[in-house]
Design a protein around this ligand. Structure first.
Ligand SMILES: [Zn+2]
Ligand SMILES: [Zn+2]
Length: 282
């Protein structure tokens, strides 16, 4: 963050490539997994999904695989919670592309999450406060507060924060384009409120839900407010709709074991492991 070009931003029209300008109403929404692991190493990346070309849901380490041109197109980031595996690429992203953009990157989160990002990440100590750079009237990044249950619509793509049950304030997201919907649980433990949303989403095509630990680590899953396969099965018992189910946030080195246990405990919902670079169409 010490490059002089930070103040030489090109503000001419079209300085940022607006992918959304070309969006037609009802157009298919593409979701690509940039990271879906509980950790790093080898090909593993932490949680992030790219929606079309301009939106991220979470910004884990997988964001770093995008090209500079792709990074510069990201206008919106929906944050599920403040844990580092979900936000670590926001500081690098903003710093990398700010000089290429004519408008700020908008970071969406519930108030409690944004307060944590302000106090503990963009606090001038861990990283500069990009909501004040180059100045507060004209920043490279802005926060936008969202509330559980209240949708944000971006050119036909509706993002609704939904309840999660984690060790810090957290949400999942419902993404709906009017035709199909995808629900991402976020990091969560047992969560009756999630199933109210799931069961009310009649056009639910995909459910992406975490299972961070294997059954032998059930106590850790409970303490850290995640799920293990037996807990996942108890959760899925509450589901009254029939989406395709994908499992995310597997612990590195335990993916095969955890998915075997998922199949044993929750096989009737045919859950599959979420894969990096996997694409969904809504
Ligand atoms: Zn977490
Ligand atoms: Zn996490």
């Amino acid at each position: 963050m010490d490059r002089p070009s930070v103040l030489q931003r090109d503000r001419s029209p079209g300085a940022d490539s607006r992918s959304v300008a070309a969006r037609a109403p009802g157009q298919t929404v593409k979701v690509r997994v940039l990271g879906c692991s509980g950790g790093i190493g080898g090909g593993l990346r932490t949680t992030s999904m790219l929606v079309d070309a301009d939106i991220l849901i979470d910004a884990g380490t997988g964001v770093g695989d995008l090209s500079l041109e792709q990074l510069a197109k990201i206008d919106h980031i929906f944050v599920s919670h403040s844990h580092l595996d979900h936000v670590t690429s926001i500081p690098f992203l903003v710093d990398t592309v700010c000089w290429m953009r004519a408008s700020p990157i908008i970071v969406y989160g519930i108030k409690e999450v944004l307060d944590i990002l302000r106090a503990h990440l963009f606090n001038w100590k861990i990283w500069p406060d990009f909501t004040q750079i180059p100045d507060g009237d004209n920043p490279f990044m802005v926060y936008r507060e969202i509330r559980v249950g209240e949708a944000v619509e971006l050119h036909g793509r509706r993002f609704t924060p939904i309840p999660a049950n984690h060790t810090v304030p957290a949400v999942g997201y419902l993404l709906d384009n009017g035709r199909n919907a995808l629900i991402f649980s976020g990091d969560t433990s047992s969560n009756p409120a999630l199933w109210k949303v799931v069961n009310a989403t009649q056009n639910l095509k995909y459910l992406i839900i975490e299972t961070a630990f294997s059954n032998k680590e059930r106590n850790i899953a409970i303490a850290s407010k995640h799920l293990c396969p037996d807990m996942l099965a108890e959760e899925l018992e509450q589901m009254r709709v029939s989406p395709e189910v994908f499992i995310t946030h597997l612990k590195p080195g335990e993916g095969a074991l955890t998915m075997k246990e998922v199949s044993q405990a929750a096989g009737r919902w045919r859950p599959r492991m979420l894969e990096n670079n996997q694409e969904f169409s809504l």
